[in-house]
Design a protein around this ligand. Sequence first.
Ligand code: NAP
Length: 294
Amino acid sequence: MNNPNIGVLGGDARYIHLANALSRDGYEVHCMFLDSPRLARGVHRAEDFRDALPFCAALLLPTPVCGQGLELNAPYWPQDRNRDIGQFLGDIGKTALVLGGAFSPAVKAAFAAKELRFIDLMERDDLAAANALPTAEGAVAMAMEQMEITLSGSRSCVVGCGRCGRVLARLLAAMGSRVTVTARRPGQLTWIADQGWTPLETGRLAQGAGEWDVVFNTVPAPVVDRRVLDALGPGAVVIDLASRPGGTDFLYAAQRGITAVLAPGLPGKVAPKTAGLILRDTILPILRERGISV
Ligand code: NAP
């Protein structure tokens, strides 16, 4: 029996590593809207999606699926080539398993119009948990770029105690930073204290802000507001990891001359191979559940 055909359509550097890994796993991988010298020899490059798309049992779409509007997010494909997803949606088999990350309302509507179903990988807890480490490492790297002092010996604050916040606090503490971690639930504040970090209610951020050299925000709500920014000491830096538009009043920070950076998509930027393998590890069980296995 032939091994299952998997289509990888577009995507950033993570998807090169994802395609290579799935090919190593034994799948017949067909890349469309994605070409790179770093693709492994066994990976097929489909010049025309019509050559491969109809035969694929599963299709892997980028994260996010589209850049602007309905344009496939395909940075490894010539800029002058048509990348509108409308051109291939009609060729996707009704039984094909479609997986991608972050489907915008416009993309969802285009899929619904063709009666196509999909799984949004960004809604999966296992992927978010696995991505916390490359995200935290990327945040540390960004802070080191922006700060004028070392993290060792610094005073830092991690706003939010979720998956990213917890891993980031651990890294910062291991690097010798004195870490404050904020949360809104009393149980979490106790847990933070148990870790040896300073707990603070997220709503009281402004009260501690004068002490910190760097603030990392992981809360997807407007928490690093004017009051917090006004309370920061000179030279303090804000690194905002939360999904767009972040939780920082960036306009006000710019007016006050405070360095505040929104840092989206860190796993793909700082560790594309790790992030690609995390995608593979998330996708494989889903493929196997559907009987698409080698
Ligand atoms: P998470 O596990 O859900 O953690 C989010 C934290 O924010 C939790 O502590 C949550 O508190 C808190 N929170 C949410 N809404 C709040 C509000 N209105 N007020 C106060 N606290 C609030 O999420 P995560 O996986 O750590 O991800 C954090 C953010 O980073 C998300 O926006 C995610 O999309 C983004 N992200 C960015 C990157 C990147 O590369 N920049 C990578 C991965 C994730 P409770 O526990 O009390 O709800």
